[in-house]
Design a binder for this molecule. Structure first.
Ligand SMILES: [Zn+2]
Length: 424
């Protein structure tokens, strides 16, 4: 027997080789439609976590039937190293093994590879390589109803279902399931929605259409609440940190530029959430950048001759406080827009509480102007809510900031956590 090699060192058409791998998955034996012959697919993983498919046909399936068991480590020698079919999901980016008459499989006596060390992608990985089918662990926040889409290309009706999901140390994103995944797994997830199920999605791809989303393909597989170490890690992270992202933009957002945000289709009353990176160019300052706000309903109160009146609450002498209301001029390479900000989001742009800023404006207008000027010419990522509203007889798109992404902080935090994990 030759010295063993790693999966990553296998080469095309190499005939003699030995790998030590754990059998992580074993598909059921499938018969060809013609009735002539059968096929079975195995998934192997070595101690580096690299995976490769082993394909068996006909009598080879029978030959190894008794020895194969999921979780067992094997010494496997010889077989055809073949190019993969790139249209289908594969665990290896180049090759698969066809086990043949020359192949040998023995239980490895002195080796024991832990099968749980699967290579998982992050949403960022998929964004940088969207067409490569990836495996990812996601937590399901929301399951939408199925919808029927009419596909022009082949004049077929197809079913889709959108899920709002969150990745480990990542943001809320949409995952679209198609056809049977939408009806079967999608329905299961819908029934479990309150439990916040975790899914292991194998073979998911990225789509850049109206913002970045994840999508299933015909070969995507979904495991619900899989028994993986990452499942627990995901749950712990979500309970500690993740729910805050999720609750501040629960309807999930798409990553998009201003042109897309300004031109995307919205039906009246519909809300869409976007993450967008823009430069702040200025503040609208025709009026104060705050207003007297009813403490009960947050509406603007009118103050005449010391009588504070909230028309929404129909109340005189309503308790009120100043509330930020900022219109921000923003732009990116594609377009420009006006974002509306209130409360904390506004305060984090201005840098001082509204009550303080009001005093500064009265006592030191130069200082006030300086504060306003310092708020501009910054590049920031905002989570915004887009909604079409009717004003008089025209419709306009209202863009309200929901939260501001503290990019630099999050990146540092993620890196330090990653290092800690690798040290273990
Ligand atoms: Zn009120």
């Amino acid at each position: 027997m030759e010295a063993s090699t790693l999966i990553k060192n296998l080469t095309l058409h190499q005939r003699y080789w030995t790998i030590i791998v754990v059998l992580t998955e074993m598909d059921t034996v499938r018969n060809f439609k013609s009735g002539q012959g059968k096929i079975q697919k195995l998934t192997f993983m070595d101690n580096e976590g690299s995976q490769i498919y082993g394909i068996m046909f006909n009598e080879i399936i029978d030959k190894f039937h008794d020895i194969l068991e999921i979780g067992q480590t094997y010494v496997i020698s010889n077989g055809q190293i073949k190019d993969i079919n790139k249209t289908f999901y594969n665990v290896h980016e180049k090759f698969e093994i066809i086990l043949n008459n020359l192949s040998e499989i023995h239980v490895a006596v002195n080796h024991n590879i832990q099968s749980l060390n699967k290579k998982l992608s992050t949403i960022e990985d998929i964004m940088s390589n969207p067409n490569l089918p990836s495996d990812i662990i996601l937590l399901v926040l929301k399951v939408h109803e199925t919808r029927t889409i009419y596909r022009q290309r082949d004049k077929k009706s197809i079913l889709k279902r959108d899920l709002q999901v969150i990745g480990l140390r990542s943001e809320v994103i949409t995952l679209t399931l198609w056809e049977s995944l939408a009806t079967k797994e999608g329905k299961q997830l819908e029934d479990m929605m309150n439990e916040k199920p975790i899914i292991f999605v194998k073979g998911v791809v990225g789509k850049n259409f109206n913002g970045f989303t994840l999508s299933s393909t015909i070969s995507t597989i979904i495991e619900i609440n899989p028994d993986l170490p990452t499942t627990k890690e995901m749950m712990d992270w979500f309970n500690e940190t993740g729910y805050r992202h999720a609750s501040s933009n629960f309807d999930a957002y798409l990553v998009a530029n201003l042109l897309k945000i300004n031109t995307s289709e919205l039906s009246l009353g519909e809300m869409k959430y976007y993450a967008t990176k823009v430069i702040i160019k200025g503040l609208q300052q025709e009026e104060n950048i705050w207003y007297p706000s009813c403490n009960t309903c947050k509406s603007r109160v009118t103050i005449t001759k010391d009588i504070v009146r909230c028309s929404k609450c129909s109340k005189e002498n309503a308790a009120y406080s100043l509330r930020y209301l900022i219109k921000l001029y923003v732009e990116d390479e594609t377009s420009n827009a006006i974002f509306t900000l209130f409360d904390n989001e506004a305060e984090s742009i201005i840098g001082v509480p509204v009550s303080e800023l009001e005093k500064i404006k009265v006592t030191d207008i130069e200082e006030y102007n300086k504060i306003i000027k310092n708020s501009c010419d910054k590049e920031m990522t905002f989570i915004i809510k887009a909604q079409d509203k009717i004003y008089g007889n025209r419709t306009f798109r209202s863009l309200t900031v929901q939260s501001i992404k503290e990019d630099s902080y999050e990146i540092n935090n993620t890196i330090s956590k990653k290092i800690k994990l690798e040290e273990k």
